[in-house]
Ligand binder design. Structure first.
Ligand code: MF3
Ligand code: CO
Length: 267
């Protein structure tokens, strides 16, 4: 049986560096999202930048996953495979990206608009990010893990959206996926106590309609069964003596995933 691994101060420092690289690359990708770009171009850019920064893309080769970034458009929830698909005005696109640096993984995701998007799409993107923040607020000594889960669910459902059940967040560290699982739903007050040294990938995946999932023929791409929109927001977070720390926080100036759509001509 595997166990939760609590990180020492030195291990946390290494995870901070890993998170910083993932954040930098994701922060550079976000402004490239505009009508006309191919999802594969985003992936190639990410891989090149990751290697320039001395890290390795975490997902490429993981269980046979063929790319560095998971790029999921509209009704695609997660694990979309970069391709020749050209992003169109009105799409929403989730970028999920992680790196391995000096033995430690980081994992982060955002959902961004492609040009002008519908009010529903904008609300969904904002709800995913907001629910992450509500979950984070529950990272405090004395709480249990499912307090995070319950807060995320309450936040998402209060905005009229649903929480995907089939995929969950996770512990992270020397492995991309460690114990414990971090569902985005459930009753509060259960599971392990939140303790200093825990490092978690908290990642609400939400949908505008129902939470039922289908996986495409490619064996990876998860979509909503009702084909309505989905959004994803994720950070690698450490519990410290001073509360939660977002290890994959993007540098100031980098996009947040909720910037207003730009008007006017596109390059
Ligand atoms: N962020 C995703 C996760 O937590 C990464 C999927 S990795 C893949 O599982 F390589 F399997 F695509
Ligand atoms: Co993850």
């Amino acid at each position: 049986m595997s166990m939760i691994t609590f990180k020492s101060a030195a291990e946390l420092e290494a995870m901070r560096q890993s998170g910083r690289i993932a954040a930098a690359v994701l922060g550079e990708l976000e402004p490239l999202i505009r009508p006309g770009i191919r999802t594969r171009d985003l992936d190639l850019y990410a891989e090149k930048r990751t290697r320039e920064l001395g890290a390795v893309p975490a997902f490429k080769g993981y269980r046979g996953y063929p790319a560095s970034v998971c790029i999921s458009v509209n009704e695609e929830i997660i694990h979309g495979i970069p391709s020749g698909r050209i992003l169109q005005e009105g799409d929403i696109v989730s970028l999920d990206f992680g790196v391995l640096y000096e033995g430690f993984y980081s994992d982060s995701a955002l959902t961004a608009p492609v040009g002008r998007i519908s009010d529903e799409a904008r609300a969904l993107i904002a709800a995913a990010e907001r629910s992450f923040g509500k979950g984070l607020e529950q990272m405090k000594e004395g709480n249990r893990l499912s307090d995070v889960s319950a807060a995320i669910q309450a936040s998402v459902e209060s905005e009229g959206f649903s929480v995907i059940r089939q995929f969950v967040g996770h512990g992270i560290g020397r492995a991309l996926h460690e114990e414990p699982q971090v569902p985005n739903y459930g009753a509060p007050g259960r599971g392990p106590k939140i303790r200093t040294g825990m490092t978690l990938a908290i990642e609400p995946m939400i949908a505008a309609g129902g939470y039922e999932v289908e996986v495409l023929e490619d064996g990876w791409t998860a979509i909503t069964r009702d084909r309505r929109l989905s959004a994803h927001y994720e950070h690698t977070v450490a519990m410290t003596e001073n509360g939660p720390e977002i290890l994959s926080a993007r540098p100031p100036g980098a996009g947040t995933g909720t910037r207003p759509a730009k008007e006017g001509p596109h390059a």
